[in-house]
Ligand binder design. Sequence first.
Ligand SMILES: *Cc1c(COP(=O)(O)O)cnc(C)c1O
Length: 415
Amino acid sequence: MMKTLPFTKEQIEEIIKEYPTPFHLYYEKGMRENARRLFKAFSWAPGFREYFAVKANPNPHIIKIMKEEGCGADCSSLPELILAERVGIKGDMIMLTSNNTPAEEYRYAKNLGAILNLDDITHIDYVDKHVGLPEVISFRYNPGPLKGGNSIIGVPEEAKYGLTREQLFDAYKIVKSRGVKTFGLHTMIASNELNADYFVDTAEILFDLVYDLSTEIKIDFDFVNLGGGFGIPYRPGDKPLDLEYISEKIRLAYEEKIIARGLKPLRICMESGRMMTGPYGFLVTRAIHRKNIYKNYIGVDACMADLMRPAIYGAYHHITVLGKENQKHDHRYDVTGSLCENNDKFAIDRMLPEIEIGDILVIHDTGAHGYAMGFNYNGKLRSAELLLREDGTVKKIRRAETVDDYFATLDFSTL
Ligand SMILES: *Cc1c(COP(=O)(O)O)cnc(C)c1O
């Protein structure tokens, strides 16, 4: 797959006249079309739901677009719950998949009517004591050695999340005995996974487990949640996930493992973040310095406060130098931000066309886990977020941080 941009250099130059670099620019049309494709692929599945993982892009304007396309919200903190609420997502269209959860968060979620997805067997008593058990409970399953891991989440046996298989049997028995009426089962073991069969396997594991739990404990399940972790093609050679293939394989597994076994029909849910918004965000930044020492560097006006993934995961993000798409990529650069940390680099040894100061660089696939992971180390201020709407206009959906924002939690008067 070639990496292309949904806008022209001229469009970006116009936008920059009003909004200085750096900024994240989100492409609304792409996001909406992608969401529609997901719902269409799973249209066979009764009541299919996608709970958009708010942590991937916690901007209410983006969450609202997701809501308008039919998504709920997957939250894991109090502010994320409030964001979902403020966007108007209601009741069981919110799922709280958190871990090490404080009572206050459970309380807020329960009051919203959100689905509580408990991360541990001890949380049954914890929720019961502090909040009272709700009518609907889901548990997060950690399959341990059953499932290989991947580089971001690690191997399941070493991941802090979820309950073991044995614990699940006890957990559902306990909540059933305490009056819980409606049950769900969740797992999330992948991150940025591009192997379609991984998600089919995950569905099969959950369907089999639903069968084992239902028959032993005599309960029906309302839903399974396959989690997030759907990958996107960050690299030019990567192939996007074939959603139609995944859906069809899951349909066959559902027929075989749920329907043919006489289990109650259940809802299939997922809580994807990256796949929903990742490919539709672009970090637009300008080259401000060129430096040649032992290696050649291009310094840009964005830094890892705007996009941490390359620094912390060594993640690849494609870079387009606007207007030079068709020039020879015959220069080797490290593209760097300005933090006093040598890992503040958007690319290392990247072959690019010759870059001059003032050139505009577009860093691809920043629509998920981009702005969201930003931080203020080294006094770096986070950039603005802009929405490129379907009619071609641009809306500012978050202003850039200012020095006053950075100082907002300080009181200089008591110095
Ligand atoms: C991070 C996370 C997601 C979203 O992951 P993506 O890789 O963005 O799809 C979903 N559910 C849980 C529990 C998560 O922690």
